[in-house]
Design a protein around this ligand. Structure first.
Ligand code: AN0
Ligand code: CP
Length: 313
């Protein structure tokens, strides 16, 4: 593995999942990362990604440097040939080259603006780091994807599944803020690569990018989609077609006990942070069916498997 920008960087997904599950069982990898440094830059808030990736690096024996680049760093210019006479103090060319001397792996979180679809899809921040860094780059959630979360989710489904080919449903839920499509994009992408019966349900107007969902069935009747589900992944996202917009205020999409009842006693997943009683009801989050804490624990082993592969190559 050269970088971990998106799921296409994974050479063998089943092997990487197996490696993460093995690390979770028996973690004695403190030698590989000795003398190596992971540098993490956050342009947005984080709890899990920041701490689980730091923990993963330390389990590998690495040193870790973290910077809230969005608030503490110089404002970065990403345009080639820019005349930098405005608010941007430093060009990504220098920033990435300098960081590459301090770090053996650079990891970056940079959310989309959700205003200009073409700009977000160009993935300028993460791609510029990849272009100008001379060390591997890891995506900690970019404008259109969250591949460490997706690997975690794949590990969690593979660990908890009770049948050979479980039914997995990704369901939209209302949220007061316009959120990225990154998490559902990467979740859909990874589920397509596994042997699962995968269905997406969302209101009209919220269909994800067809280039990502491919021939995954998209059902606009939530209850119909949830029938007999073994796994339910709940997540809000803003509209892709009406880019970045919140189109409705339909609270009936919240995942509650009544919806759980139509499933096959499903395991309920969410990447977190979750808004209680808006996205998922207390009665579900506090039930045995909720696997969100288990899932968040797997962030460490997903990150460790990725860092390990980057260190090895
Ligand atoms: C972010 C999102 O939906 O992409 C991060 C999730 C991991 N969520 C929020 O901003 C609430
Ligand atoms: N799931 C996830 O990425 O959480 P954070 O935003 O807290 O890192």
């Amino acid at each position: 593995m050269k970088n971990y920008i998106d799921l296409n960087d994974i050479e063998d997904l089943p092997a990487l999942i197996a490696e993460a599950i093995q690390l979770k069982k028996n973690n004695d990898q403190a030698q590989l990362g000795k003398g190596k440094t992971l540098g993490m830059l956050f342009f947005n808030a984080s709890l899990r990604t920041r701490l689980s990736t730091e923990k993963a690096a330390k389990l590998l024996g690495m040193e870790v440097m973290v910077m809230n680049a969005g608030t503490d760093g110089w404002a970065l210019e990403f345009e080639d040939g820019a005349v930098m006479n405005s608010d941007k103090a430093e060009h990504i060319k220098e920033a990435a080259a300098v960081l590459s001397q301090y770090c053996d792996i650079i990891a970056v979180r940079a959310f989309p603006g959700l205003k200009d679809k073409n700009k977000d899809e160009a993935e300028q921040v993460i791609n510029s780091f990849k272009k100008y860094a001379s060390v591997p780059v890891v995506n900690l959630e970019s404008a259109t994807g969250h591949p460490l979360q997706a690997l975690t989710d794949a590990i969690t489904v593979m660990e908890l599944k009770k049948t050979e080919k479980p039914k997995v449903v990704l369901t939209w839920a209302l949220h007061p803020r316009a959120l990225p499509q990154s998490v559902p994009n990467s979740f859909a992408d990874v589920m397509k690569r596994l042997d699962v019966d995968f269905v997406i349900t969302n209101p009209e107007g919220y269909d994800l990018d067809k280039r990502i969902t491919g021939d995954t069935p998209v059902v606009h009747d939530q209850k119909e989609a949830l029938k007999d589900a073994d796994f339910v992944y709940v997540k809000n996202w803003s509209s892709y077609d009406n880019y970045g917009q919140i189109l409705n205020s339909d609270e009936t999409w919240m995942f509650d006990l009544e919806k759980l009842k139509v499933t096959n006693n499903a395991s309920v997943m969410h990447c977190l942070p979750v808004r209680r009683n808006v996205v998922i009801a207390d009665e579900v989050l506090d039930s045995e069916n909720s696997k969100v804490i288990h899932q968040a624990n797997n962030r460490t082993f997903a990150a460790q498997a990725v860092l390990k592969n980057l260190l090895k190559s």
